[in-house]
Design a protein around this ligand. Sequence first.
Ligand SMILES: NC(=O)c1ccc[n+]([C@@H]2O[C@H](COP(=O)([O-])OP(=O)(O)OC[C@H]3O[C@@H](n4cnc5c(N)ncnc54)[C@H](OP(=O)(O)O)[C@@H]3O)[C@@H](O)[C@H]2O)c1
Length: 280
Amino acid sequence: MRVLVTGAGGQLGRELCQGHGTSAEVIGLDRRGLDVTDLAQCREAIAAWRPVVVIHAAAYTAVDRAEEEPDEAFRVNAAGTRNMALAAREGRAKFCYISTDYVFDGQASTPYNEYDAPNPLNVYGKSKLAGERLSQSLSDRWFIVRTSWVYGAHGANFVKTMLRLGAERERVQVVADQTGSPTWTKDLADFLLKLVSTEAYGIYHATNAGQCSWYEFARAIFEEKGLRTEAVPCTTGEFPRPARRPAYSVLDGAAARYNGLPAMRHWREALREFLQGWNE
Ligand SMILES: NC(=O)c1ccc[n+]([C@@H]2O[C@H](COP(=O)([O-])OP(=O)(O)OC[C@H]3O[C@@H](n4cnc5c(N)ncnc54)[C@H](OP(=O)(O)O)[C@@H]3O)[C@@H](O)[C@H]2O)c1
């Protein structure tokens, strides 16, 4: 199975390119190799590589900056996804679009399942939802995989930020009134490579199991690394950011269960394994 990964320079893209012990042949194209906002480049990449599956991990992911430059967020996440979905269809490839918990408004108090109604609060979430809709209308064999709070070895993320702050400071204030599910890129990449080998098309929620606040996540990072740094809980109001974020964005992986796909382990177990192997 030849898998073409867009956004191969990003956190998830780089992880996917490691292949994860599957027999898949993974071709990764980063932004220099394939700018998804250019339809001709998307068509050329499909014609050159003839993949069985496209995993579309390229995205505009700067959640706060998107509030100031919505056109750029939509250009990449909506128009770029349209281009890639169209090119994949023309090349008879399956299409897997990576989406986000930020398509939900966070008003729920129990985990969102795949068919709960999205209602994004910010420009990034709106642009990602537009990408979902274009994937559904333009590909005839699509997967949409929503994930959340992603971290891993490649690129900047919350875990690395906490490790840096933990080494510099005695106390770190962390938001305690947003709840979600941290997800390790390695576990997500394993799930994705299994999923795309099937024909169980549709929407999936794929995160590590369990839930926590950012504050609880930070505490767990310090504990697992044996750092003495104190995490101090604060409210979203005390830590104002340009983009609104959902207060509760835990995703229920119902579709994986009823399609017989493997469950992802608890976030704390994944974090422990990640940190055991992480020494930077
Ligand atoms: N990170 C999270 O917490 C999170 C949570 C939920 C969902 N997701 C979704 O998961 C997917 C992967 O996210 P990630 O964390 O790996 O993000 P990332 O590290 O920001 O990777 C995204 C990659 O897309 C590339 N890109 C941007 N515009 C492009 C274009 N026009 N053409 C080709 N490539 C382009 C970026 O390149 P540059 O570096 O050159 O800009 C970057 O390498 C995204 O769909 C994201 O929306 C992420």
